[in-house]
Design a protein. Sequence first.
Length: 687
Amino acid sequence: MTIGLRSGSRMPLKQPASETGTGCSGQSHAPPLMLSVVRLAEPELGKDIMTSASQGANTYSLWSDAETEVDLLGFTHLVDAVERLVRSEHLLPATIGVFGDWGSGKTSVLKMAAKRLEEDEGALVLWFNGWLFEGYDQAKASLMERLVSELVEKRCTSAKMKKLAVRLFRRINWLRVAGTTLKVGGAFALGGPPLAALAAAPDLGELAKQAGEGLEKIDDGELDKYLQEGQEQTFNRNVMGFREDFKELLEEAKIKRLVVLIDDLDRCLPPTIIQTLEAIKLFLSVGNVAFVIGADERLVQYAVRERFPELPGERVDVGRDYLEKLIQYPVRIPSLSRSEVQSYIALLFVHAEGEGSVIERSMEWFCAAPRTVSGVPFGHDALHELKIDVPKALGDGLTLSAQIGPLLGRGLSGNPRQCKRFLNMLMMRLGMAESRGVSLSRRLLAKLMILEYLKPELFRQLGDMQAEGHGRPEPILAWQVQERGSSDSPESGEESPQSGGKPDSRLEVWLKDVVAVEWLKTEPPLDDTDLGPYFYFSRDVLADHGQQAQRMGQAAREVYRKVLSQSEAVQKTGLEVLSGLSLAEASSVVAALCDRARAEEGPGTVSLLLKACDARKDLLTDVVTFLGKRPHSQLPVWVPPRLHTAVRGTELVGAARGVIEQWANGTNKQLAEAARTELRRIDEGSE
């Protein structure tokens, strides 16, 4: 259910004292935290990216997951590039691709460009979302019909325009009925011969006779003419006729420039993607028309390979060549750097917690050209430079952005949507805790969630450590004491079991992982905080199989599906794509595989985990940790040598050896023998 609020509004949920929760015992009668999701309705207020929910005295900001016209990413130069291309009449007709990963800000770039272009009275800007029409009609016909309908609705001022529109609708109807034959479009778009595709198509005359009501605007004379001319001639005649009529309609409507923005193309199935691109190439690329397509380049290339598997592709990248032929001007959205992620998170808090003048001056500071390219993040220093008194809520947000920005920048590959989702989950957990009468430190919760996102298996292990120590992860606390150069025990006065003795073997894996070490050193330290309540509100992550798969993003979910394929070729493709995912996305794939391995008795998924490590060595930490906790009875005899091969040449050789030693001393006789054999090979230096 969606609860709509005016952008920027607050939701006070004050309750009588007698109804307020008093602890986490489960006896609280406080109503659940109310959350709100809003559409972008008031961009001029600067509040369209945020809404809030409150519980008791505290208010937690939430950010809409939708696109925005407010540039918090420093993408002005990308919008400028799109605008210049569209306004260059000598380049039209043209197709412009705004390429970026899922959640990188493609739609926001399109919206900002559209806002500028709509200011030109001679231009008409239209939107088309193929994903919304998928499954209801052919993508070609849907796109053409939508454009003609919009033109008629907005610019139909003469009888000639109406006549042209009727003629275009008749052609669209003919093409819709001939949908099967239109597979020839792919061959045309690639410059290949159409007859090969036509040869496999059914007789259109029989298809037309079966169409019934679909032929109501195709007269008998036209059908008879088709039967005499044959499929290829009629197809060519209708393609050229549509292009000529469409161009004439634009001229009659006195449209100086038609801009068609196509969004969410990469969310469609491969046939819809191809049909949409074919429609642009074959039917609509005429006159002063500019198509601006927002998509993930990789998914479109994958759709091309799926659609044309018979084309040679071993030494030629068919997907890339196809895109280069259809899209003349690519505009690629780069990943945000660490400092840019920090600035983005800080500006989200500025828009959530700041007043109008603070927002305006902060945006001016951020958008200043020298600062945009300097790498200096927006934060406390910027507001100090602007001589702005920072309210506590905003100050806390800026501190949080400086704390988590660098690690999120590394782990999420600078993806704005994933950053926003991370913040929303953080705020939701804080709200849920307060509704149970539990007070959590926002900075500490954020630190724990970063580990959860980037290193799920280490997060599980940390959960085990704190459970063993009744909320105190003793190995981590002992490491913190040692790192500070002090032999003192934690403030509790109790001597840590690890201090002065041999370090916990589980920490060896942590200290060999760059991300884990950076996380350990990130403020705030765990110190003597009881982590039990924090892990209580992370139970969805620590639950059984299925939770990680639900949390995966679109790209990670597609990789996960391919890796599980029975086809070795598809599995290989999935592992190749895995190497290009962000650390958080790749970790979510491995975490889902770990969940699957926990739920099965066979070794199939364990083998996939080790294959994933071959593609991404930075995932080894999670896999070594996972294998070290598996019941020995569920591990096959080939795991010891396979694990040793996976870690060879990395800093995790020692940690992996410790796991193999556990297996060598275990009760699974076959596994123990295989482990002892592998240990002898390691000691002998045999490769």
